[in-house]
Design a protein around this ligand. Structure first.
Ligand code: RIB
Ligand code: CA
Length: 307
């Protein structure tokens, strides 16, 4: 069983990542931390509370973190995730409490209190960067960072940059240069994880409120992905990072050098993935390349069916 902290910005796909991480027996979900990204910090934190309330997630700590990137102003993903940041389901009032600590402090405290923890960021890396900068002694205590973000092909906010990196590329640069064992689950991988109509039908057949919530959220996510990206089905990006931690065979990777572009007028936020080893720079990142679609959705649907 791996001890995990999920740092997220729910967010439709963050929600499925959270539900998978909590349900799968391979993961001991110590904490959920939130960061501004898909929506404001207030909204993503309320969304996390709402989801944890509906799912009956009680033993997992929840803390809110950064309300903006390290340097730039916040640019949210409202057009994709809606005004609430989690449109598509009417949530009851949340009952899950929020820890009084800042997310970065909770991450630091838990890393000192446990032997090794895997961090799964599925949002801008602001909290992770803050924790590393505030207390560098946590670095050897991080088993691995398995992040949803970046791409080794095309981006989704610019031709080369993916949202989680682009929103706070300075934070991403700190993380990619930290020396922590790193896996990057980027768009080139997550676009293989689409919630097709056949997949949604399998979820619809599950008879529990969490599955009904998931269907409502996926249906909304499908509508915005069709409108803005002309996708026939929405890619469930963030759950791919959790699946990699649960069963690495589901997400194949190549170990290469990745750096984050901070200066380019047209390339800011790009994760420059040296897949062919052209630069001679030392490899530092497992870059996800191939998803086992059937095993991924079997894992996800088994998790949703367990609530
Ligand atoms: O680019 C996809 C990422 O941005 C996902 O984590 C999604 O939730 C959004 O945060
Ligand atoms: Ca996210």
């Amino acid at each position: 069983m791996k001890k995990v902290i999920l740092d997220c910005d729910p967010g439709h796909d963050d929600t499925l990542a959270l539900l998978l991480a909590h349900a799968n027996p391979a993961i001991d979900l110590l904490a959920v931390t939130t960061v501004a990204g898909n929506q404001t910090l207030e909204k993503v934190t309320r969304n996390a509370r709402n989801v944890m309330t509906v799912a009956g997630i009680r033993k997992t700590l929840l803390a809110a973190g950064a309300d903006r990137p390290l340097v730039r102003e916040l640019s949210t993903g409202e057009y994709i995730h809606g005004v609430t940041g989690l449109d598509g389901y009417n949530f009851p009032a949340p009952t899950v409490p929020v820890d009084k600590r800042h997310a970065a402090d909770l991450i630091i405290d838990l890393l000192h209190a446990n032997d090794k923890i895997t961090l799964i960021p599925t949002a801008p890396l602001t909290n992770i960067a803050l924790a590393i900068r505030k207390d560098p002694t946590i670095i050897p205590k991080i088993e691995e960072i398995v992040l949803m973000g970046g791409t080794n092909s095309t981006g989704n906010v610019t031709p080369l940059a993916e949202a989680n990196i682009w929103i706070d590329a300075e934070a991403a640069d700190i993380v990619f240069r930290s020396g922590v064992p790193l896996t990057m689950v980027g768009l080139n991988l997550t676009h293989q994880a689409k919630a097709t109509p056949e997949v949604v039908d399998r979820i619809r057949k599950l008879d529990n409120e969490v599955a009904r919530m998931a269907v409502g959220l996926i249906d909304f996510f499908a509508s915005t992905y069709k409108k803005y990206f002309h996708f026939d089905a929405p890619p469930i990006h963030d759950a791919c990072a959790v699946a990699r931690v649960i069963n690495p065979d589901i997400v194949k990777c190549e170990f290469v050098n990745v750096v984050v572009e901070l200066k380019g007028t047209y390339t800011y936020g790009a994760t420059v993935s040296d897949m062919e080893g052209i630069t001679g720079r030392p490899a530092n990142t497992n870059v996800a390349t191939k998803l086992d679609f059937d095993k991924f959705w079997d894992l996800m649907i088994e998790a949703l069916g367990s609530y």
